[in-house]
Write a protein that binds this ligand. Structure first.
Ligand code: SF4
Ligand code: SF4
Length: 300
């Protein structure tokens, strides 16, 4: 039985596709978006998150670490990441849950048991299951098998993807996906490389192919002031998207909700001074899309 690594199963989601949904967050992503609000989903490996506000400086973790990877002086624990083998013992023994293990291996069978628990809500609300991340396509065999099980049970499926993958991966799953939630972040390739870490050509090509074969697609566009809220990007996006078969576009204003997670993972956050776009600018952008005849929604 195939298994995969997930970070969370979120119940009763209402922003990840139609109706009430169960959203499964898979771990691992080839992109490094500066504004990512789920940085714990980027690494393919399991990780330890440290919640400073919960730490009572009891030093229990220091004593439990067989690798001598934790050092505590008068302050909070400092982890030597080169020595840490992610065994999770410090998290198990922390009396105040200040250290949390992120990433859980789960079999398809066990995940399906979780998904099936909410079937009544899917039926009543027209909902289903959404696979998000991270980038769910990086665990393609696991994703494919769970999708197959969902389809066998007649559960509506959505895949939230950056589109940054080989077309052959889309081909594997396409007959089992009722809806793609497809991210479109930057049309300019240079900016895409700078802010996301990879080129955008395969992302745009895969989106066009999905549209050509008649897949159901919602576009998700994060809007980040000073990075992709300029007229040039908006006009280019409208030109590209209006040539495709897109059901709806969701404009997602940047928010800072993931910022604390960077600190908890010992990572740098590149956008610490960034503010969310103004409501006026979001409405202007939405109106630009509307005037091109596209169905638009601000928010998820
Ligand atoms: S995860 Fe294991 S090796 Fe890493 S700091 Fe905690 S106890 Fe030490
Ligand atoms: S065991 Fe938990 S509370 Fe105690 S020092 Fe370590 S992280 Fe802080």
């Amino acid at each position: 039985m195939t298994s995969g690594t997930i970070i969370n199963i979120q119940k009763y989601s209402i922003h990840d596709g139609p109706g009430i949904r169960t959203t499964v967050f898979l771990k691992g992503c080839p992109l490094k978006c500066w504004w990512c609000h789920n940085p714990e989903s980027q690494s393919y490996k399991q990780e330890i998150m440290f919640f400073e506000e919960r730490c009572i400086k009891c030093k229990a973790c220091e004593g439990k670490c067989q690798q001598q990877a934790i050092r505590i002086n008068d302050s909070f624990p400092i982890v030597n990441r080169k020595k840490c083998i992610l065994c999770g013992e410090c998290a198990n023994f922390c009396p105040n849950n200040a250290r949390e293990y992120v990433g859980k291996n789960i079999t398809v069978k066990d995940l399906m048991k979780e998904i099936q628990k909410d079937e009544i809500f899917y039926e009543e609300s027209g909902g289903g299951v959404t696979f998000s991340g991270g980038e769910p396509m990086v665990q393609i065999d696991f994703l494919n098998e769970v999708l197959k099980n969902c389809k066998d049970m007649d559960i509506h499926t959505a895949v939230d993807t950056s589109g940054y993958t080989n077309w052959k991966n889309f081909n594997k799953i396409i007959d089992k996906v009722d809806l793609f939630l497809y991210d479109l972040k930057l049309m300019n390739n240079e900016k895409h490389l700078k802010y996301i870490g990879v080129p955008n050509n395969s992302i745009l090509e895969n989106l066009k192919k999905l549209s050509d074969i008649g897949a159901n697609i919602f576009i998700r566009m994060p809007i980040i002031a000073g990075i992709n809220d300029d007229n040039e990007h908006i006009i280019e996006s409208i030109k590209f998207l209006s040539s495709l078969n897109i059901m709806q576009i969701n404009l997602l204003p940047y928010h800072k909700m993931g910022m604390d997670k960077y600190k908890r993972l010992g990572l740098d956050y590149n956008l610490s001074g960034m503010e969310k776009p103004t409501d006026e600018r979001m409405i202007e952008i939405a109106n630009e899309f509307k005037s091109s005849g596209m169905k638009i929604k601000i928010g998820g």
